[in-house]
Design a binder for this molecule. Structure first.
Ligand code: AMP
Length: 187
């Protein structure tokens, strides 16, 4: 079962992805983690990535598509992919379709964790008090949220016609979101 978790930063995709990985014994495909890993390796690509990530902008489709190809075409991971943070643009969504066709796979569930800007800001503020983070975080998160909403609108239109597309209120508590996902998976 391949699943796409879709939604703005702060919606809880990563948390639900980790839950799903355990549940179906799957593999989390987090482009954010993969990109951070490239940065750590300090490669030329890593340097390009860091510029965009720091600005709250998207990394180029070419770099991201290349990174995920290694996982989608890995026979060991086939049919057990939990996409978290990919695809984020229409071009990435079309590329994923192509990769899935070529590797004889499909997506069984698309979950859109929808959450508005006010809720995200409240969450970040809470985290700032709890974890003593700086104000820069909030600015970057807002920038990332705006970029996400602007860039992913076409992806949302692309997937929302799909019968296996389900919107879930991302403002709910973690457990409530998990319960909703579980309910869909059981049908
Ligand atoms: P995330 O950890 O998913 O919130 O991603 C952190 C940052 O990595 C984003 O703000 C983007 O700059 C970059 N990023 C992650 N996934 C993608 C993607 N699929 N396409 C382009 N940029 C991405």
């Amino acid at each position: 079962m391949n699943i796409i978790l879709f939604g703005p930063p702060g919606a809880g995709k990563g948390t639900q992805a980790k839950y799903l990985v355990k549940k179906i014994n799957g593999y989390q495909v987090s482009t954010g983690d993969m990109l951070r890993n490239e940065i750590k390796k300090d490669t030329i690509i890593g340097k390009k990535i860091i510029e965009n990530m720091n600005d709250g902008k998207f990394v180029s489709d070419e770099i991201v598509n290349n990174l995920i190809s290694e996982i989608v075409f890995d026979d060991k991971k086939k049919g057990k992919l939990i996409f978290d943070g990919y695809p984020r643009s229409l071009s990435q969504a079309k590329n994923l379709d192509l990769f899935l066709q070529k590797s004889d796979q499909k997506i069984e569930f698309i979950f859109f964790l929808n959450v508005n800007k006010e809720t995200i800001i409240k969450r970040i503020e809470k985290r700032k008090i709890l974890e003593n983070r700086s104000d820069d975080d909030l600015d970057t998160i807002i920038k990332r949220y705006d970029t996400y909403m602007e860039m992913t609108k076409p992806v949302l239109d692309f997937y929302s016609k799909n019968p296996n597309f389900h919107e879930i209120d991302g403002a709910l508590e973690i457990d409530q979101i998990t319960n909703k996902i579980d309910a869909f998976l059981q049908v």
